[in-house]
Design a binder for this molecule. Structure first.
Ligand SMILES: *Cc1c(COP(=O)(O)O)cnc(C)c1O
Length: 430
């Protein structure tokens, strides 16, 4: 891979941006090589400043379910830009996007828009604590809910990639109320509630884990969470920032038939512009200021161009349910390709997948929770990532980030990716 422009950009960036990035995973600390200097994207492909072209499985870490530059989305953003960028007043677009989310997601009766998934998670935790009068929060190891203090404990995503337990600067008091349990383990949840149930405000969970790589919920796990939170009067918060409108139009909760009390959104609902949202039961949401006392605000919340982009994405997805079928077929093709090539190479490789979220966990047979996936062969993953870059495949640069497919990926894109995977497994020695 040619990379002289990528190196030059990194050098400049490192002088003025910590680590040369604005979000840690982008620094490629867990894989060899230099992050490509991307200058353009179209559909499933991106091009860098060194003239390399890649099949993109990063897709901006989730938003681009329709690929780069979907015409409907670009047109909608442009139309709003012609009328203004922000006014500090409620616009019709906010109402329209909220109406679409309420229509699509059965458990959501009202929505509040914010500007990131982090903000959505931290606001929902505040609301859950206010509504229950309790302080403790249950989260799962390897689960990532943004970087708010209380939720960083044993987090996935960049925190897992860098192998750090949390972060300096988080006061112990901020995490003292956080109980971290293994994903997919209902017994430990039951035990935690037996022990401290009357102090637990909420269980927050990625209904399909995506930030320790893709780890699907085991049968009964989410139902169990619903039952036990209801029994103890705690709230069930589904963090659908990644899964919302991705694994199904109604999110993971539609796929698995669970009704959480609060849900978080981001990524897909902003079409690539900065957006987050939280929503849920009306009686809970009406506690948010100014209809209730729980304070939460944002200068650019409900940003008109972002709302326009989100509406355009949702309208494409809503009008063509065949797109989810297509994403499932592409995902299944990629999964089968990985599994067959790993078997042929005599290498264990658990593939976690739900729809268009996919992770091959190199060197392990089972991926049910964070302890399992930490056993993956990260060294080999790094070499695989490097070989993929050389072959024109842009994969998330960590074993702990799920890859994404878009409706614009072709069977050929998938097959080329699998071929390169198979070639690397058979030639790279342990
Ligand atoms: C990406 C993500 C977040 C954080 O969203 P940001 O917009 O990066 O703050 C929270 N939860 C989940 C499940 C995510 O995937």
């Amino acid at each position: 891979m040619r990379d002289s422009n990528a190196r030059a950009l990194r050098e400049r960036a490192e002088r003025v941006l910590p680590g040369g990035v604005d979000s840690p995973v982008r620094a490629y600390r867990a894989v060899p090589g230099v992050p490509p200097h991307i200058v353009r994207g179209e559909g499933a492909h991106v091009v860098d400043a060194d003239g390399n072209e890649f099949i993109d499985f990063v897709l901006a870490y989730g938003p681009h379910i329709l690929g780069h530059q979907p015409p409907e989305v670009i047109t909608a953003i442009r139309a709003q830009l012609d009328r203004g960028i922000a006014y500090g007043h409620t616009v019709e677009l906010e109402v329209e996007l909220a109406e679409r989310i309420v229509d699509a997601v059965g458990s959501v009766e009202m929505v509040r828009f914010v500007t990131s998934g982090t903000e959505a998670a931290m606001s929902a935790v505040r609301l859950a604590r206010a509504a229950t009068g309790r302080d403790r929060i249950v989260k799962f190891a390897g689960g990532y809910h943004g970087h708010a203090d209380a939720l960083l404990a044993e987090a996935g995503s960049g925190v897992a990639t860098l192998g750090i337990p949390g972060s300096p600067g988080v006061p112990s008091a901020a995490v003292a109320g956080t109980i971290v349990l293994p994903y997919n383990d209902n017994d430990s949840v039951a035990a935690a509630f037996e022990d401290k149930g009357e102090q637990i405000a909420a269980v927050i969970v990625e209904p399909v884990a995506g930030n320790m790589g893709c780890v699907p919920p085991a049968p009964g796990f989410l139902d169990g969470l619903r039952a036990i939170t209801s029994k103890w009067g705690a709230l069930l918060v589904f963090d659908e920032v990644m899964t919302g409108f991705r694994v199904a139009y109604g999110g993971a909760q539609a796929l698995y038939g669970i009704r959480p009390d609060l849900s978080l959104f981001g990524k897909v609902i902003g079409g690539g512009l900065p957006v987050g949202a939280y929503g849920g039961r009306r009686d809970l949401m009406e506690r948010i200021a100014p209809s209730g006392p729980v304070y939460q605000a944002g200068t650019l919340s409900g940003s008109p161009p972002a709302m326009a982009a989100g509406i355009a994405v949702l309208d494409v997805l809503r009008h063509d349910p065949g797109l989810y079928r297509r994403l499932e077929d592409l995902g299944a093709r990629l999964q089968a390709g990985f599994e067959e090539s790993a078997a042929a190479a005599g290498l264990g490789c658990a593939v976690g997948r739900v729809g268009s979220m996919v992770t091959p966990f190199v060197g392990i047979e089972m991926a049910r929770n964070f302890d399992d996936v930490k056993l993956a062969d990260r060294e080999r993953f790094g070499r695989l990532h490097e070989a993929w870059l050389d072959a024109g495949v842009l994969w998330p640069p960590s074993q702990f980030e799920t890859a994404f497919l878009s409706t614009t990926h072709s069977d050929e894109d998938v097959d080329r990716t699998v071929e390169s995977f198979a070639r690397t497994l058979s030639t790279v020695s342990v």
